[in-house]
Design a protein around this ligand. Structure first.
Ligand code: NDP
Length: 327
């Protein structure tokens, strides 16, 4: 493959979607511990926008994208865990907005028969995020009540379903009636249109004044304060994203005044730090999809060349479910 060109989306400088360049770059060659994956589907995620704008640090030029699935075409001399022809999915290595990617073989997870490659791509970043949020950061249990913001989003629709599997009462927020229908279909017990209603007052009403055990907040700037105000004493705010902008610094005394609250700002890498943890989360998710227990809603598919449009749609709150790019 070396020497041949492939198509990829390059970030040549930080900025708006216009800085994305669909261009020819050399097809990578796998190193001794890597596999060359022909990518069939790559997930679009908010983190791609953060890297494009420079909110998260990476020096241009670089190929965007953190989540992919496809077929192994070639393996390095030391790789025994996968072989050419295997269908695989992965996350955590930038460069998936491309036709091929040389990936550390120990990051790859084999896709079981009966699971579509596109769905597997969708599960690796958003699905594993929901897995660690609901199983590890705050391990939900029967009797808990959780708040999930942007519940109609890629992370959100998975979070609602998985929180229900854990036995929790789920309150989801979203911006429109159309999205609310998707959140209800995913199994949420209550849906709040936070663009029209005061979500703190509604949570108080729903919980009879008790408050919630945990708020999963990927919206950030516009919701974090309300999320804190929804918690019961010793509840936890899991601030895991910045879809509306970053959260400002928080005074620890604010946590004391709110009822000895917990605040955490987790990120996926630290929750798939070992191969064992990666396999636990990925296997659960892939098996749930294969067995019909988890529905992955693909909101929209775009050709790779239209990555900019996909990011515009994601950032403009138009979308529900997962967006994928097809190289
Ligand atoms: P979504 O599909 O959820 O899209 C973001 C949603 O956020 C929008 O659809 C919108 O839903 C809501 N939103 C509210 N205010 C705004 C705003 N001002 N601008 C844009 N969107 C807004 O995206 P993802 O599923 O990809 O990601 C959700 C969040 O999870 C992101 O913040 C992301 O960074 C975070 N994340 C964090 C990870 C981690 O490990 N820490 C890993 C993966 C994702 P509505 O219209 O209903 O308000």
């Amino acid at each position: 493959m070396q020497g041949l060109a492939m198509k990829a989306i390059l970030v040549t400088k930080h900025g708006g979607p216009e800085v994305l360049s669909y261009t020819d770059v050399p097809t990578p060659q796998p190193g001794p511990t890597e596999a060359l994956v022909k990518i069939d589907a790559t997930g679009v995620n908010f983190i791609d926008i953060y890297f494009r704008t420079g909110l998260y640090k990476a020096d241009p030029p670089f190929i965007l994208g953190q989540e992919g699935a496809g077929v192994v075409e070639e393996v390095g001399s030391e790789v025994t865990s996968v072989k050419p022809g295997d269908r695989v999915a992965y996350t955590g290595i930038r460069g998936t907005y491309a036709e091929h990617h040389a990936v550390a073989a120990d990051k790859l997870v084999k896709i079981p028969d009966g699971v579509d490659t596109k769905l597997a791509a969708a599960l690796m970043l958003q699905g594993m995020t929901v897995h660690y949020l609901t199983h590890s950061t705050y391990a939900l249990k029967s009797g808990d009540t959780c708040l999930i913001h942007a519940a109609a989003g890629g992370v959100g629709l998975l979070a609602v379903q998985i929180a229900k599997m854990r036995g929790a009462t789920v309150i989801g927020t979203c911006s429109t009636e159309e999205k609310a229908a998707n959140v209800r279909a995913a199994g949420a017990d209550h849906v709040i249109l936070y663009t029209k209603e005061d979500f703190v007052a509604r949570v108080e009403e729903i919980t009879g004044g008790k408050g919630i055990d945990v708020a999963y907040d990927g919206v950030g700037q516009t919701t974090w304060e309300g999320s804190l105000n929804c918690l019961k004493p010793r509840g936890m705010l899991v601030c895991f994203g910045n879809a509306s902008g970053p959260v400002p610094p928080i005074d620890p005394l604010r946590l004391a005044a709110g009822g000895s609250l917990f605040l955490t700002r987790p990120t996926l890498n630290h929750y798939v730090a070992t191969r064992e943890e990666l396999e636990w989360r990925a296997t659960d998710l892939l098996n749930w999809v294969r067995d019909g227990k988890l529905d992955v809603r693909i909101g929209e598919e775009y050709p790779l060349a239209e990555a900019g449009q996909a990011q515009i749609d994601l950032a403009s709150r138009k979308t529900s479910g997962k967006l994928v790019l097809i190289p």
